[in-house]
Design a binder for this molecule. Sequence first.
Ligand code: FMN
Ligand code: SF4
Length: 476
Amino acid sequence: MHAAGLDGIELQAYGHLMDQFWSPLTNTLEEPYGGDLDNRLRFTFEVLRAIRQRVGETFIVGVRYTGDEMLPGGLTSGDGMEISRRLKDSGLVDFLNVVRGHIDTDAGLTDVIPIQGMPSAPHLDFAGEIRREIDFPTFHGAKIQDVATARYAIASGKVDMIGMTRAHMADPHIVRKIIEGREEEIRPCVGANYCLDRIYQGGAAYCIHNAATGRETSMPHTIPKAAQQRRVVIIGAGPAGLEAARVAGERGHSVVVLEAASDAGGQVRLTAQSERRREMLGIIDWRLARCEALGVEIRYNIWAEVEDVLAEQPDVVIVATGGYPMEDQPEVGHDLVVNTWDILSGHVPPGKRVLLFDDAGDHAALQAAEIIAAAGAELEIMTPDRTFSAEIMAMNLVPYMRALQRANVTFTPTYRLKIRTARRWRAARQDHQRLHGSGARTAYRPGSGQLRHHADGRHLFRAQTARQQWRRGELR
Ligand SMILES: Cc1cc2nc3c(=O)[nH]c(=O)nc-3n(C[C@H](O)[C@H](O)[C@H](O)COP(=O)(O)O)c2cc1C
Ligand code: SF4
């Protein structure tokens, strides 16, 4: 590192080699490397001395370490304080970087690096206590996702520097935007943890909120103006439609978005109904703000017909109308069936004994499960897959499992419901058209549990949900 011209290094010691010597849970050695704290720190100081001998005094060397393993029999906060003191007194390091917890399990890792729905800056006060007691340059980073929290951490004197990893992945231009007084343009990290969860599956560290992150060689963060302005019509103001609108706006095009619902966000707005995923709204709010700043026009409550689109004289038309939940019907009991959107939107209250059949393995099922379990229902989650929630990666699964295990939910993998071939929604739509005339057009409104009835091509209103009619037997 020194020879490569870098200014310094930070050694990691929270679930890594050095702190395995520190922790009584992992160090079962005898002298000279096991036993009392002097012995358990021996390896660390040997390494630090060897580094100093090679790099000299001016190269910056620090240690990022756990100041409290928060495990029975592990390093305590008292041990952490003593280790901090000895690191300072050694004269071998220039700074401390304090974290708290352990990373040997998914749950432990998720507490060290909290995801969305978990508290912000949960270890800041702890790092601040070490800073106050030891009086030595101290860094900290763990879910300090916005500039306001970082500013508070520094201004209050809790620590000397804040690390923001995911915030910089969501917006690598944070610092430039602060310097240029453009803080309101910062794309906020929403804590979805797609980035970190992916790397534990051998994937690239992509960002759910910023498609350019990790793809910089093919997709720039800063979007250049187009040589020629075009008229762009986008159908749908969900996340994809809004992103298309934002990028087209950045390119300098004239953009109009036509949205059937009365607000933007589509399924992201629906997923953000759960407290656990509320931060996802940042994906929509940031894009709406950017679209407004870029002069993108968004028209709500409009069901885009061919003539509506053509009236805009578009050069480009982008269809981003999203999807629907799976509506396959079981052979028996179909009168009892609702879907995840019904539960997430609060449109249908959960029953008392619920079988949740999950053929997708994504967030919607576990979000619905949490709502159902919280309502006190007896819940069984069934999936035809070998494992449940296959699309939810490690750290994202942790908060769900904590909630669902507390509620005694049963998990049943490798079973499939016997499904009717016809999709209920399609059948319901046909019935709806039978009731309102063959020209009637319908759309399921995300989150409302309602079919929209579009009678004359101009007037849009909510029809009584075909699902409710189905349940009452009116549509059989
Ligand atoms: C994609 C990604 C990769 C990471 N890789 C490492 C790593 O190799 N070693 C490490 O100690 N921490 C790693 N981290 C953890 C970060 O250093 C940081 O502790 C964590 O993301 C919490 O800070 P944040 O809330 O600002 O993101 C990684 C984080 C992310 C998002
Ligand atoms: S994937 Fe989520 S947690 Fe990771 S940087 Fe992007 S917004 Fe933040």
